[in-house]
Write a protein that binds this ligand. Structure first.
Ligand code: SAH
Ligand code: SF4
Length: 384
């Protein structure tokens, strides 16, 4: 990235929908959509067909208005519009990093804000989405964890982040076979997805549905800090790829970095990983490991790490710590990170070092929060 490359920030003016008004069709499972249509008077024998039609409009064509659903009768469209809405999170700001990363600050019902980040790469485009506003957990190296406001996102708000990104990238209606812009999803934004498992599951079912967004479960990765009892449920009910925010190799250090470790320790977490379904060389667990100078980055740590995960098909994603204002840690030196990676690699595990993306717009891992806080502060200033 060159220092002089421009960072653009533009305010988009998508009209605000009244999210607290009519029920939103976005985020309903097929069953729930069927029930909603039945309640709206669609006869039982037509439900399946109608669900299919509305579903395709919502998730294949990205319809934002009932009026565009031209294969439905005018009367039916009007009926739907009187009873339901098609609402997405509202884009407050969109920042585009010098490296092409896009960060969206999104407003949802109640005036809450979350962030989603789109990361284009050569062979894929990854959308990093949030599952909660803020996070109730307090990992000591994570900026999101310092945010006080917290609420779970609804399934519609989780799917809505995908819809918003596809709107912005103008990806709707592209011919099948074209390179997909949003080809991968990671639940690595704000929040702990396994403290909101039901909504995350419903949203991911929609994302995976073959007649809609149609992302393969292998292209969806859920990252958890270690909510052990929910890990099996994610495997059974979502079936996506799993990433574990591991970050330490002794309970003592992990208790300090990832406090949920006091509830479910390393041993319990590792057992849950062994039990995760369908593990194979093609479907490995990603162990995320943030590199903190002098805290968790010694050769001994690297050796303990490979011992702990022995027998689990895994790769280890080393994340150079991303700083945020008054963070109590520093990033490990580059040669330390490489030495650590080398030990892990020699033990037979892939150990990519995650290149920080979108740092100039605070979009990198663990940096999400500041923009919303800034915007919130600005809005608090009374108008004169
Ligand atoms: N709450 C979930 C999902 C967030 S994923 C979880 O913790 O797994 C975001 C990833 O970035 C996690 O692995 C998290 O531990 C890591 N992370 C958080 N703060 C970071 C920081 N400042 N620098 C680098 N990585 C960070
Ligand atoms: Fe929450 Fe994950 Fe940040 Fe921990 S690392 S505070 S679980 S978002």
């Amino acid at each position: 990235m060159t220092a002089s490359a421009p960072i653009t920030q533009d305010l988009l003016t998508i009209p605000r929908k009244d999210a607290e008004g009519l029920p939103n069709l976005v985020g309903l499972t097929r069953e729930a959509l069927g029930a909603a249509l039945a309640e709206a008077g669609v006869p039982e024998r037509q439900i399946k067909m109608r669900v299919g039609q509305v579903w395709a409009w919502l998730y294949q064509k990205g319809a934002r208005d009932f009026d565009t659903m031209t294969n439905l009768s005018k009367a039916f469209r009007a009926d739907l519009a009187a009873r339901f809405q098609i609402a997405r999170p509202e884009i407050v700001t969109r920042q585009v990093s010098a490296d092409g990363t896009r960060k969206y600050l999104l407003r949802i019902a109640g005036g809450y804000e979350v962030e989603a980040v789109y990361i284009p790469e050569e062979d894929r485009g990854t959308l990093c989405i949030s599952s909660q506003v803020g996070c109730t957990l307090t990992c000591s190296f994570c900026h999101t964890g310092t945010q006080k406001l917290v609420r779970n996102l609804t399934a519609g708000e989780i799917v809505g982040q995908i819809l918003v990104a596809r709107d912005d990238l103008e990806e709707w209606g592209k011919p099948a076979g074209d390179k997909r812009l949003v080809s991968n999803l990671v639940l690595m934004g704000m929040g702990e997805p396994l403290y909101n498992t039901d909504n995350v599951r419903d949203a991911m079912k929609i994302a995976m549905d073959g007649e809609g967004i149609s992302l393969s479960r292998r292209r969806i990765t859920l990252s958890t800090s270690g909510v052990v009892p929910e890990i099996a449920r994610a495997g059974a009910e979502i079936g996506c790829m799993l990433a574990i925010s591991f970050h330490a190799t002794t309970d003592d250090v992990r208790d300090r970095l990832v406090p949920i470790n006091k509830k479910w320790n390393i041993e319990a977490l590792i057992q849950a990983c062994h039990d995760y379904p369908r593990l194979s060389n093609a479907e490995r667990i990603t162990f995320e490991y943030v590199m903190l100078k002098g805290v968790n980055d010694t050769d001994a740590d690297a050796r303990r790490l490979v011992k702990l995960i022995a027998g689990i098909p895994a790769k280890i994603n080393l994340i150079p710590f991303n700083a945020w204002p008054s963070a109590p840690y520093e990033r490990s030196d580059w040669d330390r990170i490489e030495a650590f990676a080398e030990i892990v690699n020699r033990a037979g595990y892939a150990s990519p070092i995650r290149t920080p993306r979108g740092e100039d717009i605070m979009a990198a891992c663990g940096q999400l929060k500041s923009a919303s806080e800034r915007v919130r502060k600005a809005r608090r200033v009374p108008a004169t």
